[in-house]
Design a protein around this ligand. Structure first.
Ligand code: 0L1
Ligand code: MG
Length: 259
């Protein structure tokens, strides 16, 4: 795909995000779009955000559960980027900041050392990890009815919108992150639950896969980045007035209210 076209499509998706306006899938007009084209559009989207003065907090993995991979008919997750303006300060979000948000519970990793693929394993990730923390990711596809093909969602920065981080941080050494149980409740009712193993077998495997995927582009994971590993629970639709609470075994609770 030529760079000018990739930039034009990236601008289209950025304006949909900024204006909180759902748009038609870009593959409607460009059915030939490949996964590789989609990552080029995503790169242009990242570039636009950087030029606007925003900073990358870290990359994120998406489509890491068996259910989501099956639904999208893929064998590999996808990645996108979380920027500083996406991090929620405090415990309130406003529906007016979104098109049609969904929430999912995740474990985030903060690296103490850079990791460069290919060939990275989950064990190497754990050895390089400074700490892990719980998070609630708010995804908000820019596409009509939250419906997309794989290239669409990759180009749309993997539906990234906002993230609420918890305050409990733990070194992963003495934790079995695949066995960490999580419940996701809305207005006091459990809407979904799962264990860390829902994320490609172990959240550290997700970081390893990410390092190996980035290596294809000559990129690496950097110390200090906060990396979202993928949903342990399914993504649950939000409405104004919702009180959202996720309990992570050994990692505390993450809460917020939707205004
Ligand atoms: O963070 C995620 O898992 C989102 C990946 C994109 C698919 C979706 O929007 O559900
Ligand atoms: Mg996610």
């Amino acid at each position: 795909m030529d760079k000018a076209k990739a930039k034009e499509l990236a601008r289209f998706l950025v304006s949909a995000e900024v204006e909180k306006r759902e748009v038609l899938r870009i593959t409607n007009d460009h059915p030939e779009l490949t996964v590789s084209d989609a990552y080029e559009i995503q790169e242009q989207l990242v570039q636009i955000k950087l030029e606007e003065g925003y900073n990358i907090v870290g990359p994120k993995m998406g489509l890491t559960s068996q259910a989501k991979m099956k639904q999208m008919n893929v064998s590999e997750p996808i990645y996108g980027y979380i920027f500083d303006y996406m991090v929620v300060n405090g415990q309130q979000i406003s529906m007016s900041d979104f098109i049609h948000p969904k929430v999912e519970a995740e474990i985030a990793f903060v690296l103490g050392k850079d990791i460069e693929g290919p060939g990275i394993t989950g064990a190497q990730v754990l050895a390089a990890t400074e700490y892990v923390l719980p998070a609630l990711e708010l995804i908000d596809s820019r596409y009509e009815n939250f419906q997309f093909t794989l290239p669409d969602v990759i180009a749309d920065n993997a539906s990234s919108s906002k993230v609420v981080f918890g305050t409990t941080i733990k070194r992963p050494d003495n934790m079995e992150l695949d066995l960490v149980g999580v419940t996701l409740s809305i207005n006091g009712q459990i809407k979904d639950l799962g264990a860390g193993a829902a994320v490609v077998g172990h959240p550290a495997n997700s970081v390893a896969m990410l390092a190996n995927m980035l290596a294809r582009k000559g990129l690496k994971l950097k110390a200090g980045q906060v990396i979202l590993t993928g949903g342990i629970t399914g993504a649950v639709m939000l409405s104004a007035g919702d009180t959202v609470s996720a309990k992570f075994d050994g990692l505390g609770t993450v809460d917020f209210i939707v205004k």
